[in-house]
Design a binder for this molecule. Structure first.
Ligand code: GDP
Ligand code: MG
Length: 211
């Protein structure tokens, strides 16, 4: 993990993963700029933006969901202390692809990496129809966090809160999602900071077979 010049500051990495066109870039841009762009061009490779959360500079990495970029996404997930797993509520395939192709990209994220599952495009439910029930997305967030993240230990109710349905078009739940990430990450870091060095568990998972 990179540590910034100040003793009190460290860089943290948050990565967003999910199939192409689920709205990853739109979600990040909505949070950063407050704007929504229709027909946004696809992300090539990956890009990051930096945000100040408390004493920490947080790099938010936006990745491309396309298969040809997955190796890169795995690289950009290295050492991430939080990951947003995004699917479109109106596209069941994008939800299934999270388990099939994207969870394994987190093998090199930090142990205890916080997973926040996000169902995007909630504004399209009436028009296009819901294909992933709220409870299904929430259960996925709960199980993955209980399995991977001892911050939640056996607290199922708490693990269930790492789930949001958002719309980058209307802004629904976008700030709530990032506030949750900021609050949860900062509360985990509190007390684990020693002499400017973050001691969030730095170990990465051993690299099993991927995709
Ligand atoms: P990415 O490939 O996952 O980064 O997806 P993009 O952010 O590029 O979005 C893909 C397309 O979906 C673009 O045309 C966006 O305008 C559209 N889009 C993204 N988020 C939303 C949303 O919340 N609501 C609606 N209606 N469209 C969205
Ligand atoms: Mg994109």
């Amino acid at each position: 993990m990179a540590v910034s010049g100040s003793r009190q500051k460290a860089d943290l990495k948050v990565v967003i993963l999910g199939s192409s066109s689920v709205g990853k870039t739109s979600l990040i841009q909505r949070y950063l700029s407050g704007h929504f762009v229709e027909n946004r061009p696809s992300t090539i490779g990956a890009a990051f933006s930096v945000k100040q959360w408390g004493n920490f500079k947080v790099a938010i990495w936006d990745t491309a969901g396309e298969e040809r970029f997955r190796a890169l996404s795995s690289f950009y997930s290295r050492d991430a202390c939080a990951a947003i797993l995004a699917y479109s509520i109106t596209d069941k395939k994008s939800f299934e692809e999270l388990q099939k192709h994207f969870l394994c990209l987190l093998d090199h994220a930090r142990e205890n990496c916080l997973l926040v599952v996000v169902g995007t495009k909630s504004d399209l439910i009436d028009e296009d129809g819901r294909q992933v029930e709220f409870e299904v997305g929430q259960e996925f967030a709960k199980q993955e966090n209980l399995r991977r993240n001892d911050y939640f230990s056996t607290n199922e109710a708490k693990a269930s809160t790492a789930f949001f349905e958002t719309s980058s078009k209307t802004g629904e739940n976008v700030n709530e999602l990032f506030q949750f990430l900021e609050k949860t990450l900062l509360s985990r870091l509190k007390g684990s900071e020693r002499d400017g060095v973050i001691s969030l568990d730095r170990k990465t998972k051993s690299s099993g077979g991927c995709c």
